[in-house]
Design a protein around this ligand. Structure first.
Ligand code: GLY
Length: 370
């Protein structure tokens, strides 16, 4: 008997670039030609039933014209499809079509597509490279950047997944023009969240220019795409695996994720997040971290973005309180919240600790009050 030491210390360089621009389909092809994923020539383009016609068909034909072997894998649009079952169907179809480890996945779509396709990429053949081509503001602001991939379960969102960083991310702002207004507003919630945690100036910019942003003004949208990346990058580069700091990106998500599930996805992610941010600012004000004026400013900006700021009547409040316990920040059965400090900062409760235990009765009080 004895101990055999398996020495596997690793130095990994998972760096990648995020390209922000308008109509980036040709840029994607030229990057592939220039060796973005080495000598891989086989691509699986994963998309949903809406984005297929708008952008994925075009990307597929450009890949084929460029001499690559490529197929589309399409699932029904909507958060309800972000499941293990959809993942399994895509994987089995890829296997049937002869895909093995020598392929690359290209996710073309919003957050549901990039989360799901990234997860497929992380486990297919024990991991293949993937590229995110983000076609919504929500994916551009959050989902496609940072390497979090996941599917939902009946219990809650994003419970099963892995960290798997993309080879490159394309944020094609031209695609935002085809988004329904409701989806633009949903994406704004993650953008407002970034301003709340990191930049008073960015918050004021959103407040002043909200209408132009909602009308997809080119220059304003480019600015917010850049700011979102900058803020998210500053966090992810310091704490990729969410051991501490990355929890700040969860601001508003304790209530937000719970309400998204309890609404049975009638609420879009950003709509649920908006309500979660309101719960959080009310809590931060109650605990003395935000003034009433700051709390109300945040609520007003969410309203300007046409986002909901109250819990809909049809939500069962007690079910919502129970659902809070599915949050990934829960520790030893205790709810933990990230809280804003004023606007543009977060509370660091101890060195490197950015979420604090909150008693259930306090969380319930906030929820009952909304
Ligand atoms: N969406 C939160 C994060 O990327 O950590």
């Amino acid at each position: 008997m004895g101990i055999f030491n398996v020495d596997l210390k690793k130095v990994v360089d998972d760096s990648y670039e995020i390209e922000i621009g308008f109509g980036l389909e040709d840029k994607l092809i030229s990057d592939l030609k220039n060796g973005l994923v080495g000598d891989i020539t086989k691509f699986a383009v994963i998309t949903d039933s809406i984005v297929k016609k708008l952008y994925a068909d075009l990307i597929l034909s450009k890949l084929t014209e460029a001499g690559y072997s490529a197929n589309l894998f399409v699932f029904e649009a909507g958060e309800k499809q972000k499941t293990r079952r959809t993942k399994e169907i895509i994987e089995d179809t890829m296997l049937e079509k002869g895909y093995r480890r020598d392929c690359c996945i290209i996710a073309v779509g919003g957050g549901v597509v990039t989360d799901l396709a990234g997860f497929v990429a992380g486990t297919f053949g024990r991991g293949v490279p993937f590229i995110n081509y983000a076609t919504t503001l929500l994916a551009a602001a959050d989902a496609s950047v940072g390497g979090k991939t996941a599917v939902d379960t009946p219990l809650a969102t994003n419970l099963i997944g892995l960290f798997h960083q993309p080879q490159r991310v394309y944020l094609d702002i031209a695609t935002w023009k085809t988004l329904p207004k409701r989806q633009i507003s949903s994406g704004m919630a993650e953008t407002i969240k970034h301003a709340c945690i990191a930049s008073r100036d960015f918050f004021d910019y959103l407040d002043i220019h909200m209408n132009e942003i909602l009308q997809i003004d080119k220059e304003k949208c480019e600015y917010i795409a850049n700011e979102n990346c900058k803020i998210k990058y500053q966090v992810v580069m310091k704490d990729e695996r969410e051991n501490g700091l990355r929890e700040v990106l969860n601001l508003g998500h304790t209530v937000g994720r719970a309400i998204e599930t309890v609404s049975q996805y009638k609420l879009l992610h950003g709509e649920a997040l908006s309500i979660g941010i309101v719960a959080e600012v009310k809590l931060a004000n109650k605990l003395g971290y935000m003034s009433e004026k700051e709390r109300d400013e945040v609520i007003e900006v969410l309203k300007k973005a046409n986002l909901p700021t109250a819990i809909p009547e049809y939500i069962d409040r007690e079910e919502l309180v129970r659902k809070l316990y599915t949050d990934k920040k829960v520790k030893n059965g205790t709810l933990r919240f990230v809280l804003q400090k004023g606007i543009g900062g977060v509370v660091e409760f101890q060195s490197g600790v950015f979420a604090t235990p909150i008693a259930e009765n306090i969380a319930r009080e906030i929820i009952m009050d909304m």
